[in-house]
Design a binder for this molecule. Structure first.
Ligand SMILES: [Zn+2]
Length: 407
């Protein structure tokens, strides 16, 4: 069967590349990233699916009046299985991140260019390669008239890069996923294709606002320097958080939690003014065995004490918070299936681990659904000159097809 899958895909190599280029040519940027959403790309994808003879999609649009079409598309293409109570999902995202500084690009981000084994363009690796691979994997079953053991669904979602409220979270609210479902999110991985991501760190973004009192810089005793108080809080928290929450977990790289001050808002215009207000942010990535609440309580207490020692006040606002779920264990049938299909396709045993950022899998794991993350990629996503390898796209399609056949 493996040879048959390989030759099926190899024969379609050119049309897979064409599909990828056509999809990538449509800039599917969210309104937050200055774009008009994903609808045009979704419609193009449906045309491609139709050409491949795939079943008609089911749409789960999420209203969003900021975009021209008034909605953010989410769709699922399902091939019914023998047992319809359960579904194997491959979930990819339609949206892309903004190209960034165009001077850093050698090609135009939304005019994909093929060079040897590489296709350059924004969204080729993230997540175009896997969108196309999943379409062609399903087309193999359709062409061969194979009915899978249970339903096989491809989901294509919006808004992955900017919070998922109009994408994955909308689908979860609609009750699209069931506890017994198995999910593959091909949105992180390593160049050798042997890394399966089974857990992600928790994420906590905080906004600190320090309130002092303005004065002339030559008369500091008449004011209360919010910059100074903020600086003390930043340096102290940074040091104390790393010391206190220093548990290690070798699943992750880096294998510990991180607590980093990032944005600092502009305060005053003049060098000779003591600022009354100073606003800064922390980005915390916390290993799953640590409680986010515990970290947050500590931060509130310490920052509050430091501010108080100056006679100042600090307000802390949670800007974003995502709770990690620990690794579900080796007995997960989803993991066994994926591992054996990777071994068949690549000839080597895969390894498991965690990552320090968030994918769509986090939202599903929180619902108690088995979700794994895998991909074979050079990790050029979000960078200038993003590319994907055509050989990786074919390898993904091979692994996806094997999974669909071996449920
Ligand atoms: Zn992605």
């Amino acid at each position: 069967m493996l040879d048959k899958i390989r030759s099926y895909l190899e024969e379609r190599r050119e049309s897979m590349v064409k599909t990828l280029c056509d999809l990538v040519s449509i800039p599917a940027l969210s309104p937050e990233a200055g774009g008009d959403g994903e609808m045009k790309k979704a419609k193009m994808l449906v045309r491609k699916a139709k050409e491949l003879g795939l079943p008609l999609p089911r749409w789960y649009d999420c209203p969003d009046w900021r975009v021209g079409d008034g909605a953010r598309p989410n769709l699922a293409i399902t091939l019914e299985g023998e047992d319809k109570s359960r579904t194997f999902w491959i979930i990819t995202h339609l949206d892309v991140v903004a190209p960034g500084d165009l001077m850093l690009w050698d090609v135009e981000p939304f005019k994909p260019v093929v060079k040897g084994d590489k296709v350059f363009g924004r969204g080729t690796e993230d997540n175009g390669q896997e969108i196309v691979a999943s379409l062609y994997a399903l087309s193999f079953l359709v062409k061969e008239k194979i009915k899978p053991r249970f339903n096989v669904s491809l989901a294509f979602v919006s808004d992955e890069e900017t919070g998922s409220n109009y994408g994955m979270l909308h689908l979860i609210k609609q009750g699209v996923f069931k506890k017994a479902d198995l999910v593959l999110v091909p949105d992180a991985g390593e160049p050798d294709g042997l890394f399966i991501e089974v857990t992600e760190k928790s994420m906590l973004w905080l906004r600190f606002s320090v309130q002092g009192k303005q004065s002339h810089a030559s008369m500091p005793h008449e004011g209360l320097n919010a910059n100074l108080v903020a600086s003390k809080i930043i340096v102290s928290l940074h040091e104390e958080l790393y010391n206190r929450f220093n548990q290690r977990n070798d699943f992750f790289y880096p294998p510990y939690s991180t607590f980093e001050p990032t944005v600092r808002e502009k305060n005053v215009d003049n060098i000779n003014t003591i600022p009354a207000k100073d606003v800064f942010f922390f980005d915390c990535r916390i290993i799953p065995s640590l409680s986010v609440d515990q970290v947050l309580d500590f931060i509130r207490d310490r920052a509050g004490d430091i501010a108080k020692s100056f006679g100042a006040q600090v307000d802390i606002e949670v800007v974003n918070r995502s709770e990690a779920t620990p690794y579900s264990g080796e007995e997960d049938p989803n993991l066994k299936l994926l591992s054996s299909c990777i071994k068949d396709a690549l000839g080597e045993e895969p390894r498991i681990g965690g990552i320090s950022w968030i994918t769509l899998a986090t939202f599903l794991r929180r619902e108690g659904i088995s979700a794994l993350v895998w991909s074979k990629r050079d990790n050029t996503a979000s960078r200038p000159n993003e590319y994907c390898r055509i050989s990786n796209m074919l390898k993904s399609a091979e692994v996806f097809t094997l999974m669909m056949l071996n449920l």
